[in-house]
Design a protein around this ligand. Structure first.
Ligand code: NDP
Length: 446
């Protein structure tokens, strides 16, 4: 019965959102997991909760015109999908990357609903961005683009309505330019964006939060396997915000990160990646990961990012982008005796890859649980902004740690309660879905 119902819902999603393959993939995973919940609670089907959750409350698309340094007019497309506000104001990052289209923003926004529910903080789900590529642009070009983007977005967001943050291609610099424009247009100084600079409303630990949170979550997965980080070889894909701070925390806990990547290729340093060098190349010089081997000739650089999963490791932390770990990559990791995979990026593993991990007893931490530390700390930033005070680094870090433990407990608890003990994918989906669905039921058909 439930499976027929879910097929029907899935059929509608595909028909109503043609070509949005990443969105279909994200919905399918959740729908499959919550089948057991709908079996037990027929009122969710009667009230069409799932059909309502898969339809964004609001989708905004807009023109973003700007002038480049040579005086040419450029036109990009801006997006904000306000997906679900059942448990709080819409919350989720902005992605600036040439691959961005509505399907990517919707998959990210949909995932965000359940992730945010798991954080134990009161935030709904949303996501946005643009097909603008900050790479190779001057600071002034990035500023003009961000100002134009915010000139439309400002009318849709607000500290109690919708609070965007960063994602791929949107870091402190872009948040600064957008915040400045929002402040100018509205004549208000509010916590309308998170990931702000520390001098003007940002929270300590926000920069590190996704990477640190990922490592705290994987720590629990390792504990359940009777082990820890000490002496483990780790491969981390990407070399952006998530990858850098996951690497830092893994090193602190005694592991050795031996490989990192960017969209061109990957480096392997069996002696352990020197993170200060990666940080300087990627964060300060905005250069390429291959430049690492100029300083450490005993390390190797391999062109092409996919091969990173063939590097033997105990723990893999995919932290670059969606669908970067396919079935072949998963099989290579299993063959090399990888014991745990924690998703730092959003939906980095394909469904086939997840199946390979689960069939081979590889502990698997899904993104919406494992990388929720970033948005959770954004919620802590909102909290500090509302109170007009700032907590210390240790205070925020401790709260982050507690939240990641709570997320882990919710996932394992929900999985056990619904007969799929140990399945963190199902556990995360079920726990998130239950919280949002119950709130939607209580608030009537809106
Ligand atoms: P950044 O823009 O800081 O970094 C992205 C990194 O991934 C860059 O090193 C980029 O390389 C690399 N990359 C992009 N595509 C590929 C690819 N196909 N293969 C290998 N590397 C690639 O982004 P974030 O670190 O913020 O985000 C990374 C992931 O984490 C995304 O999926 C994001 O949605 C997710 N995430 C981020 C959060 C955050 O707080 N920032 C919170 C939760 C999830 P290059 O320099 O060549 O572009």
């Amino acid at each position: 019965m439930a499976s027929q119902y879910l097929d029907m819902v899935m059929g509608q999603v595909v028909a109503r959102n043609p070509g949005e393959t990443e969105f279909h993939q994200a919905v399918r995973e959740v729908a499959e997991s919550v089948q057991v919940v709908i079996d037990k609670n027929p009122e969710f089907a009667n009230m069409k909760v799932l059909e309502r959750i898969v339809e964004p409350e609001r989708q905004i698309m807009f023109r973003v015109p700007w002038v480049d340094d040579s005086g040419q007019v450029q036109i990009n497309r801006g997006f904000r999908v306000e997906f679900n506000s059942a448990i709080g104001p819409y919350k989720g990052g902005l992605r600036f990357h040439p691959s961005v289209y509505l399907g990517i923003i919707k998959f990210l926004g949909f995932e965000q609903i359940f992730k945010n529910a798991l954080t134990t903080t009161p935030i709904g789900g949303g996501k946005g961005g643009s097909d603008f590529d900050p790479k190779g642009k001057s600071n002034n070009e990035v500023m003009r683009f961000c100002q134009s983007f915010m000139s439309e977005l400002f009318r849709h967001i607000g500290p109690d309505t919708d609070v965007p943050a960063g994602d791929i291609g949107v870091g402190g610099r872009e948040i600064g330019f957008m915040f400045g424009q929002y402040k100018k247009l509205t004549n208000t100084f509010t916590g309308v964006l998170t990931g702000k600079g520390l001098e003007w409303g940002g929270s300590l630990v926000r920069t590190e939060a996704t990477g640190y949170g990922l490592v705290y979550f994987v720590t629990r997965m390792l504990q359940d396997k009777g082990t820890d980080w000490k002496g483990k070889k780790v491969v981390v894909s990407g070399s952006g915000n998530v990858a850098i701070y996951a690497t830092q925390k893994a090193h602190e806990l005694g592991a050795k990160v031996i490989a990192m990547s960017d969209s061109n290729g990957y480096i392997v340093d069996e002696a352990g990646i020197k993170l200060d060098t990666v940080k300087r190349i990627k964060e300060v010089e905005r250069g390429r990961i291959r430049e690492y081997v100029d300083e450490y000739p005993s390390a190797t650089y391999v062109e092409g990012w996919q091969g990173i999963w063939t590097v033997p490791c105990d723990i893999a932390l995919p932290s670059a982008t969606q669908n970067e770990v396919d079935e072949a990559a998963a099989k290579a990791l299993v063959k090399n005796k990888c014991i745990a995979v924690g998703e730092g990026a959003n939906m980095p593993s394909t469904p086939e890859a997840i199946e390979v991990f689960q069939q081979n007893n590889v502990a698997f931490g899904p993104a919406k649980a494992a990388n929720a530390g970033g948005v959770a700390t954004s919620a802590l930033e909102m909290c500090q902004n509302s109170m007009r005070l700032s907590w210390t680094f240790d205070e925020v870090d401790q709260r982050l740690h507690l939240i990641m433990n709570a997320i882990y407990d919710q996932c394992t608890g929900a999985a056990e309660a619904y007969g799929v003990k140990g399945d963190l994918v199902a556990g995360a989906n079920i726990a998130g879905f239950l919280k949002v669905s119950k709130s939607m039921m209580a608030q009537g058909v809106v």
